[in-house]
Design a protein around this ligand. Structure first.
Ligand SMILES: Cc1ncc(COP(=O)(O)O)c(C=O)c1O
Length: 383
């Protein structure tokens, strides 16, 4: 892809741009995995959910996985015949329950209470699963570790044993198991280890499973060794005769996403030249949340011109960091952030009333298709 595409004057900024070629490249890897193992790939729409983007992903997956009624409604709007909707959340609400089970094909419950209040109704509409917490932590930051101590995500072996002894779970009607316990990992051996632990723990209950969902939390690049996941899927199919779903999010969208912004002011301070952008950290909220410095195109350690890139909100900490550019930048220059396709657009907010970025799909022929534009109404409808 040529950088010049981000400098076309017709491109409104700030803008999220999703590169279709990059998305399809990852999806092709998932399709190969499916051809090799007969696993069923889903897309976890929480990572990025613009409808035009979902349309790009849809032909390559068996369905979408969701975390709420609204996501399920969106999935139902976009998906076609034969594609399935999967849901799991610690937060099912009684007033949404009827709609959820009518929309979703696979509903995974997260706790004994959820089971007792909701399970009876599911059978008539959807296949019912239970989320198991493998109690194996691979994530250093507890905020992103589904297996942190006293986690709310999935039932632990102890909770399962208690529920079983009190006959609070009916294993006859549990058709599936859901596992998700990683974040940005490239080591599928961790998945294998988790699955083996969970399946060995479940054997005492003698479940009659039809499916297992292995969650997301793993990246997929050219160097990723897929042997452990291939082996795991085959083992699950051979040993337990189950359908195996996987539901990546970030692996599909992150590398494909760019945020294009324009420099709207340059301020010379004592030590720095500060470039004020027409975007804000609120358009890349995970940068602030994780406190990391995002990638910026046309910068390197060897660049001659140093600028502090800042967002245009009133927050003094609304800054992206200090960068060395190869060329001088001016008011009107474009600044492009890379690797921001996951968990940014979905978490972006309108703090200070600053408009949200437009969204484009960068097509195969380097064409830019505007799929979403926001205006005062977007702001007004939230207040
Ligand atoms: C249950 C579940 N499935 C799938 C995903 C997608 O994970 P990722 O985007 O890291 O692949 C998540 C992310 O939080 C999740 O909680």
């Amino acid at each position: 892809m040529k950088d010049s595409i981000f400098h076309t004057p017709d491109l409104l900024t700030p803008a999220y741009v999703y590169d279709q070629v990059s998305i399809v490249n990852v999806l092709d890897k998932l399709v190969s995995l499916k051809e090799k193992t007969a696993c069923l790939p889903l897309y976890s729409i929480k990572s990025a959910n613009m409808v035009g983007l979902l349309e790009v992903i849809k032909p390559y997956v068996s369905g979408f996985s969701c975390s709420s009624l609204f996501e399920a409604q969106l999935a139902a709007e976009v998906l076609g015949e034969g594609q399935t909707i999967h849901i799991t959340t610690p937060g099912y609400r009684p007033d949404e329950w009827d709609n959820i089970i009518q929309l979703c094909d696979f509903v995974t419950l997260n706790s004994t209470n959820q089971w007792q209040s909701m399970a009876k109704k599911i059978g008539a509409y959807a296949s019912c699963g239970i989320r198991i917490n493998p109690e194996l932590s691979f994530v250093n930051d507890e905020r992103y570790d589904p297996c942190r101590p006293d986690s709310k995500l999935g039932m632990t072996s102890e909770q399962l044993a208690v529920a079983n002894s009190k006959q609070e779970l009916n294993w006859e009607s549990i058709e599936g198991v859901h596992i998700h316990n990683n974040c940005e990992s490239t080591h599928y051996g961790e998945l294998k280890q988790s699955v083996e632990k969970v399946m060995s723990g479940l054997s005492e209950f003698n479940p009659k499973l039809k499916w297992i969902n292995l969650g997301g939390g793993y990246l997929l690049n050219d160097k990723t060794d897929l042997t452990p996941i291939e082996d795991t899927v085959k083992w699950l199919q051979d040993e337990f005769n189950v359908d195996v779903y996987i539901e990546p999010g970030k692996a599909i969208t992150n590398g494909a996403g760019y945020l294009v912004s324009t420099v709207i002011d340059l301020i010379e301070s004592k030590n720095k030249i500060i470039a004020v952008l027409d975007t804000t950290i609120n358009h890349l909220p995970e940068v602030f949340e994780y406190q990391y410095q995002p990638n910026v195109m046309a910068t390197s350690d060897k660049g001659k011109y140093e600028y502090r890139l800042v967002g245009c909100s009133c927050l003094s900490g609304d800054l992206f960091g200090d960068y060395y550019f190869d060329k001088q930048i001016e008011i009107g220059s474009r600044v492009v952030f890379g690797n921001i396709g996951a968990y940014m657009q979905v978490k972006a907010n309108m703090f200070n009333g600053i408009n949200l970025p437009a969204t484009y799909i960068l097509g195969r022929e380097e064409s830019l298709e505007l799929i979403k534009q926001n205006d005062y109404e977007s702001f007004r409808s939230r207040v």
